[in-house]
Design a protein around this ligand. Structure first.
Ligand SMILES: *Cc1c(COP(=O)(O)O)cnc(C)c1O
Length: 426
């Protein structure tokens, strides 16, 4: 009730902000969102994000706080930690970092010294900026060597990983990607890391929801440290990272997050994630994970049907990267054409891209958001086909207008969060 009356007051006091919020709600409902790193939280998560917990300072860790009145805060943070440990069968979990990128910096600081060597995936082949990009803290502080995908298969070249590991003797090997559509062989990475005495750090930001749902393999048995965001396939609140690690690294990791990098954490976000972790243990969530995979494949098939080339030959996950240069001049052009018909996706470099990063040759598309809305393979295949048709007809305004109408009709039939994913046993 309090929230409803606050909303009424807000609409009188700040009509500008309410107007923008309503328009954004409309935008999300009327467009086909294929951004692979976006999702829509459940009403349970939304209820706790921005809740009363946001008022509480809980600097420190459960049982070791720097402020009083934390008895309940301790219980909330411990709930989040215990559920995460159960969900991923890991020894230790930290839930305080303010973003996955900050969490990654904490991990590097925890176990490396400045100048140490890291072996990680090339950004343009699907890696992440926090894995040693020259413009990021990680690239400035550490000596970074990159592996990538093989030119012919566009899949991770494990032979190259092994060779570079032997040659450079890194202290840490990083795997985990932002735009790589295939599964990563964590066991092989673990074996290579062990053979050169390196730590294996897996950044699971994109795929973690699929691991939580049990539909793709977990890196936990092979990795020393695993990090993730919670707002991508996981379907939790945006902002905030999690770190999982072996018990012997727990103290170092915790100290590197707080006080090494951050002050007080954000308890409302921790509470919102605690309920997410409980959702992840339900049959509905497992079904959601399966549907995300099936939907990504259907989307890929639709694209293939229109003569588009799939990077790495297809997908094992929630995302597809297509080379669009047979149909339009660049990924940048494709992104704009797609937005004009109501499809939201992002341009993305492809491995060994002939075009510069700001135009690039690819588009990345993912299924998590539309799956949350309740779309199934039939709709995803149709959407893949319409992506192709829009690109084929990129200079034909009447054809594009027709596609826009068809997609609008599809989008408005679905809620943002389909009731079928809500926990049924409450
Ligand atoms: C998205 C992503 C991150 C960053 O997550 P933020 O919460 O936005 O900081 C880190 N690593 C990988 C591989 C990602 O895809």
């Amino acid at each position: 009730m309090e929230r409803i009356s606050a909303l009424e007051l807000l609409s009188k006091f700040d009509p500008e902000l309410i107007d923008l919020t309503q328009k954004e709600t409309e935008r999300q409902r009327t467009t086909i969102n294929l951004i692979a790193s976006e999702n829509c939280v459940s009403p349970l998560v939304a209820c706790l994000e921005g809740s009363i917990w946001a008022n509480k300072n809980s600097e420190g860790y459960p049982g070791r706080r720097y402020v009083a009145g934390c008895e309940l805060a301790d219980k909330v943070e411990n709930l989040a930690i215990d559920r995460l440990k159960e969900l991923f069968q890991c020894e230790h979990a930290n839930v305080q970092s303010m973003s996955a990128t900050v969490g990654n910096v904490a991990i590097l600081n925890a176990v490396l010294k400045p100048g140490d060597t890291i072996l990680s995936m090339e950004l343009s082949h699907g890696g992440h900026l926090s894995h040693g990009a020259p413009f990021h803290y990680s690239g400035k502080m550490f000596n970074v060597v990159h592996y990538g995908v093989a030119r012919e298969t566009e899949k991770i070249d494990l032979g190259q990983v092994r060779k570079l590991a032997q040659q450079h003797q890194p202290k840490m090997i990083i795997c985990g990607t932002s735009s790589y559509p295939r599964l990563i062989d964590f066991a092989a990475f673990g074996e290579i890391a062990k053979s050169v005495g390196a730590l294996l750090f897996v950044d699971l930001a994109h795929n973690i929801g699929l691991v939580a749902a049990g539909v793709i393999p977990s890196p936990v048995p092979y990795a020393d440290i695993v990090s993730s965001s919670t707002h991508k396939t996981f379907r939790g609140p945006r902002g905030g990272g999690i770190i999982l690690c072996r018990q012997e690294l727990a103290g170092k990791i915790d100290r590197a997050v707080f006080p090494g990098l951050q002050g007080a954490s954000k308890l409302d976000m921790i509470a919102a994630r605690a309920v997410l972790f409980k959702e992840c243990m339900t049959a509905e969530y497992k079904r959601y994970g399966k549907q995300v995979l099936v939907n990504a494949k259907a989307l890929a098939d639709g694209c293939l049907n229109q003569g588009m080339r799939l990077v790495a030959g297809g997908t094992d996950t929630h995302l597809v990267v297509v080379d669009v240069t047979k149909l339009v001049p660049s990924g940048k052009e494709a992104e704009a054409v797609l937005e004009s018909v109501g499809i939201i996706a992002n341009k993305n470099p492809i491995p060994f891209d002939a075009l510069p990063p700001n135009t690039c040759s690819g588009v990345r598309m993912g299924s998590p958001f539309l799956t949350t809305r309740g779309m199934k393979e039939k709709e995803m295949y149709l959407i893949g086909t319409l992506v192709g048709k829009a690109l084929h007809n990129y200079q034909d305004s009447p054809a594009l207008a027709e596609i826009r109408e068809q997609l609008l009709g599809l989008a408005v039939r679905y809620p943002l969060f389909a009731a079928e994913w809500l926990p049924q046993k409450a």
